[in-house]
Design a protein around this ligand. Structure first.
Ligand code: SF4
Ligand code: SF4
Length: 72
């Protein structure tokens, strides 16, 4: 399974990634970073499409795409 990493200190809480995710993986976490922005969290089936990372204006998301046949 693919997964993402959210670099929380880069997040500005804009939620564009939430809207971009086709499988509803991303959501507001209720936690705030040192700049005072609510950071997102991932929960669900990530398909590794990278829409969230492309959409994020602050390059706060890294995508680790699973390779077929490799251990996830
Ligand atoms: S890589 Fe795609 S499926 Fe995974 S969290 Fe981002 S938008 Fe959603
Ligand atoms: S698009 Fe980027 S900056 Fe905006 S909420 Fe998502 S991770 Fe944070």
């Amino acid at each position: 399974m693919s997964r993402i990493q959210i670099l929380e200190e880069r997040c500005k809480g804009c939620r564009l990634c939430v809207e971009a995710c086709p499988t509803g993986v991303l959501r507001p976490s209720g936690r705030f970073n040192h700049q005072g922005y609510e950071v997102m969290e991932a929960d669900g089936q990530c398909v590794g499409c990278a829409s969230c990372a492309v959409m994020c204006p602050d390059t706060a998301i890294r995508v680790f795409k699973s390779v077929k046949g490799a251990a996830a």
